[in-house]
Design a protein around this ligand. Structure first.
Ligand SMILES: C[S@@+](CC[C@H](N)C(=O)[O-])C[C@H]1O[C@@H](n2cnc3c(N)ncnc32)[C@H](O)[C@@H]1O
Length: 400
């Protein structure tokens, strides 16, 4: 297994990789959660082939997060990706449109969107009733609306706006599924480059054996089991293990489970049954990473893994120094989710690139799944943490 970690700006580093050399790109770039820019200005820059520079601070005051990557990064990604290679990129719900527009402008084909749903987000909402109430206690009691237009609030205003806010609770992050265009058929491309398709069997959900009956035996000519086995093209029945992966996954939290009408949080599978079903299903290696549920509820149809646990975030950091034992990255992705994504779009033994590696969760997942990995990160502290987390997993799984 080859692991190549590069410290620096991916815009420059990407030029050092050979064209058509990478099998998949799986990344979690800056979400651009600072003040919304003037869209006409952004798009004018992008359509002219320039970068747009946004000067602001993003999530938790991090300047690297101030704006989504523009088309120039994705153009370089397109060049190094093999024809038919997939790009999976997380985005924030607010800036997904901008992020994917940049990916489209770079020449990618958008294929789908995977929704990752979780229960642990907090709304950043402005409580209007409380804000007005607070203003009442300030002298002079005026709220400037615009120059020369001052509104004098009353206690009735505070009552009227009680219960009003400005934001919803964040509960999902979309993942853009894009692919580098290719010529010829997908079969020709897969045979030539190994890329262009998704590894459905390696990402099936659950472990039960299911039979996909011949489609023409069913009323209406369609398989009743299509969600399990996909639309049968040849009408021939086959046995499969687990359900067809959906473009929806979740964190298994009570909050999300409660959204499903028939959920049963029966996560107490025996260790033997867990071990028997580790590879190619949603049940993942580290017990702490993912919870499990029986297949009796509708929620079990979807891949799930909890948000990154402390153990997952910090694993291996004690090797770095006695003081740096915590991973302080604010946006660590869970390894089991990254591993599922790696398996979905990377051919066996393929090379995965993450140009916005952060603390290295994609790399750690690539090691677990036996893929080669190239990671890029501009921040030296995060780079060191990524190096340690990935090296620890390598040593653990492949001690030399
Ligand atoms: C959202 S974080 C990725 C977090 C990662 N998924 C994890 O689990 O730790 C994005 C990362 O991209 C890095 N970054 C931003 N701009 C970059 C650039 N031009 N080149 C390389 N890295 C960059 C930031 O420093 C940040 O660590």
């Amino acid at each position: 297994m080859n692991i190549n970690l590069l410290h620096g700006d991916c815009l420059e580093l990407l030029d050092s990789l050979p064209e058509n050399s990478v099998d998949s790109i799986i990344t979690d770039p800056p979400y651009g959660l600072s003040k919304a820019p003037d869209m006409t200005e952004v798009l004018t820059h992008w359509l002219n082939g320039d970068d747009y520079e946004h000067r602001g601070s993003g999530f938790m005051g991090k300047t690297w997060d101030s704006f989504v990557p523009g088309p120039s990064v994705w153009r370089r990604c397109l060049a190094v990706l093999k024809p038919g290679g997939h790009l999976l990129s997380f985005f924030g719900s607010r800036t997904y449109d901008l992020g994917t527009t940049a990916i489209r402008l770079a020449g990618f084909e958008i294929r789908d969107q995977i929704m990752w749903v979780y229960g642990s987000g907090f709304p950043k909402s402005h409580n209007l009733g409380r804000a007005i109430d607070k203003a009442l206690g300030i002298k002079p009691t005026v709220i400037p609306y615009a120059e020369g237009d001052l509104h004098v609030p009353t206690s009735q205003d505070a009552k009227n706006w009680d219960g009003w806010g400005t934001a919803l609770k964040p509960a999902h992050e979309p993942i853009c599924v894009a692919r580098k265009p290719f010529t010829g058929s997908v079969v020709q491309n897969v045979l030539k480059h190994g890329t262009g398709a998704m590894n459905i069997n390696a990402t099936r959900v659950g472990t039960e054996t299911r039979y996909n009956p011949r489609s023409h035996n069913k009323p209406g000519g369609l398989s009743l089991n299509m969600s399990v086995c996909g639309m049968p093209e040849d009408g021939v029945g086959s046995l499969v293990s687990g359900r067809w992966p959906a473009n929806f996954c979740h964190d298994g939290s009570e909050e999300v489970l409660n959204l499903f009408p028939h959920s049963t949080s029966n996560g107490n599978r025996s260790e033997a049954s867990r071990q028997a079903s580790v590879k190619g299903t949603s049940w993942l290696m580290d017990n702490h990473m993912s919870q499990e549920y029986s297949d009796s509820g509708s929620v079990a149809r979807y891949f799930y893994c909890a948000k990154a646990s402390k153990q997952d975030r910090d694993e291996g950091l004690h090797m770095m120094s006695e003081t740096q034992t915590r991973n302080p990255h604010p946006t660590v992705k869970p390894t089991s989710l990254m591993a599922w994504l790696c398996r979905l779009v990377t051919p066996t033994g393929g090379v995965i690139l993450d140009p916005f590696m952060g603390s290295g969760s994609t790399g750690k997942a690539a090691v677990i799944e036996d893929f080669d990995f190239i990671g890029m990160e501009s921040d030296s502290d995060y780079f060191d943490i990524a190096r340690q987390r990935i090296a620890f997993k390598q040593n653990q799984l492949h001690p030399s």
